[in-house]
Each structure stands twice: as C-alpha cells, then as structure tokens.
Unconditional design. Structure first.
Length: 340
C-alpha cells in the first residue's frame, strides 16, 4: 500500500522532509514533552554519570548507536535464556506483541504450536516477562542503562516498555529486517540486551551512523511504499540506502551474549538482519528489548502496561521508580501515588 499523497510529496523533497521532521521533533521535545524534561531536570542528581556512561551517551549523540560488549555476565544471560526458551515453547506468549509474516500486522495466535509460530510470525514476545522471570528486573532497571537513556533523551521518557522477544529467520528479510526509521515525530530509543551470541546466523543489527540527525542527506533515501514499489515490505531497500550511504559506512553489530546495544531509532537501521536469508543454519534472535519513546509516540501508539509486582516496586531505588512508573497506565500511577 502506498503512503498518503501528502506524505509522499514531502518525502520526495529532502530539504522539506528534513525541515518538517525537525519541527515535529522540536514540538515533541520542547512542548509536548516539557513535563518529561522538567522531571529530568528536577532529579538531575540521580542521573550523574560515570566515564563509561558518558561515553555511551556521546556515542549515541555522535553516531546514533552505542555498543557495550559483555555488559552482563554470560551465566546470567544463559539462565534467563533457558527460562525464556521453555516459556516460548510452552506458548506463554503475549498475543498483543507478535508480528505476523503474512500480514505485517498483529495476528491471532490462538491454537498455533511453537513450530507454527516460527513459520508464521516474524516476532513473538513473552507474556508478563517482569513477573515470570524476576531476574529481568535487575537488568531492565539497571541504573547505568537508565542514566544513559535519560541523559541522551534529556528527559524521563513517558514510555518505558520492557519485552523479551524472539525474532525468527525466514526466506527473505521481513519488515524490520529491511532498512527503516522508527519515528519521524518523536525520539525513539531502543536498547537490546542479547541472550544469544549475535553473529551472522543470529541476525545482527545494521545501523547507518549519523543518519539520525534528520539532515538533508538522511532524508534522501525513499521508502518502497513512497516509490510505489511492492518490495521490502514498504521499507527502504539496500540499493536505495547505498545510493546515499556507501556500504563501508554501514555498521553491523556482531557481539557476544550479555552485550548492550542502544540505537536512536530515528536513524536508518535494520535488524535482526540475517546475512544469508533462507540459510538452514540461521537461528532465532532472542533479546531483552527496552523501548523508550518521546511524548507523542507514547500517547498515540501504546498505553498498555508492563506488569510488575508491587513488592518489586517497593524495593526499587528512587531512580528506578521514575522509570517503573512509566511502565504503568495512568490509572495505576494514580493508585501508586495515593498508596505512597
């Protein structure tokens, strides 16, 4: 399906597209997101960074991505992966998080076996991961991660979503495995903690450094849906990206399990991107995924909560609670505020 005419027209002119995106981001950050920025400033003492954290923020600002190899121990990752794998095979799946191969949209998973899920879904996610796997809490709310995210965004994000996801390889690149940008209207930060070693067989992430600035250059590649080409699931083709960014400038994030990868989703990226689609040796990629979005994305796209035990919330630090509140619906926040 082609993009609306007005959208196609704007994207056809890189200077105009760049200006529109920058204006929308300014609105999201400074006006709609003023409260989130104020919350960050009011609690600045909690977000003081060490040298490592400062370097990760600098990498995100300069290149649009950051990679911290072996940030968490392999033994912890293996323990979580073992539990998650059993739950995936036991079909403890969140039906609202899956992404269908056939339609490119959310699908009805009722009655499907694990093998059928692997054949018909691009991605599935565990149901209530913060409750089912308690070890996730210390990882998802690790204070270094929270400090990196908040200092990069300049705000305590209104959406902080924790999922444990498994992406399946297929015969061709599907949906997010094609180049794309996540958002043109608000900041989108994605953080992955890998539960498996990320090599070509496990779908590494590919990022175009510097493409997150919405300068004219980064606005030149045209989506297949804008060009009216029925390919790449409407996303950017490799050839279209190569027209602007030579392949040697692309960065492929191959790394060990336990590594931390963060990307500004507003940059051009794809992943998991299996190097040889259809190769029988390809394996699923399993990761803890943290989604942080600016104000408008959070309001418009996702108001569902991540469930967390009240006892776990009570044990959190002051900094962690700022982000834990962002996982709740507005109604739950009111209950917690009253109880506190």
């Amino acid at each position: 399906m082609r993009s609306p005419f007005v959208v196609r027209t704007i994207r056809k002119h890189p200077h105009l597209y760049s200006a529109v995106c920058k204006a929308r981001l300014l609105y999201s950050r400074r006006i709609a997101g003023a409260g989130a920025r104020s919350l960050f400033r009011q609690n600045r003492r909690l977000f003081s960074m060490n040298e490592f954290e400062s370097q990760q923020v600098e990498n995100l600002r300069t290149h649009g991505y950051a990679l911290a190899p072996s940030f968490f121990s392999k033994s912890v990752m293996d323990e979580i992966h073992t539990k998650a794998d059993a739950m995936f095979h036991g079909l403890a799946i969140d039906p609202e998080r899956a992404y269908s191969v056939q339609t490119g949209q959310r699908a009805n998973l009722a009655g499907l076996s694990y093998n059928e899920l692997a054949a018909t879904e691009k991605m599935i996610a565990l149901r209530n991961p913060l409750i089912r796997i308690p070890e996730l809490l210390a990882i998802a709310f690790h204070e270094s991660i929270l400090k990196i995210a908040a200092n990069f965004l300049g705000a305590v994000p209104p959406l902080y979503r924790v999922t444990l996801v498994r992406d399946f390889p297929h015969a061709r690149p599907l949906h997010s495995s094609n180049f794309h940008k996540d958002n043109d209207e608000a900041d989108s930060l994605q953080i992955f903690i890998y539960l498996v070693d990320i090599d070509d067989a496990h779908g590494p992430l590919v990022y175009i450094p510097g493409s997150n600035r919405y300068d004219v250059r980064s606005c030149r590649p045209r989506l297949a849906r804008d060009l009216g080409i029925p390919a790449n699931d409407g996303r950017l083709s490799d050839e279209e990206v190569l027209r602007v960014y030579p392949r040697e400038s692309w960065v492929t994030l191959r790394t060990d399990r336990g590594s931390l990868a963060a990307i500004h989703g507003n940059g051009i990226h794809k992943g998991p991107a299996w190097t040889r689609p259809g190769d029988p040796g390809n394996q699923p990629r399993t990761a803890i995924k943290l989604d942080l979005h600016g104000y408008k994305a959070a309001v418009a796209r996702d108001r569902r909560e991540n469930r967390i035990r009240r006892a776990d919330f009570d044990r959190m630090t002051e900094l962690q609670r700022l982000f834990a509140h962002a996982t709740f619906t507005e109604e739950r926040r009111k209950v917690l505020a009253h109880a506190g």
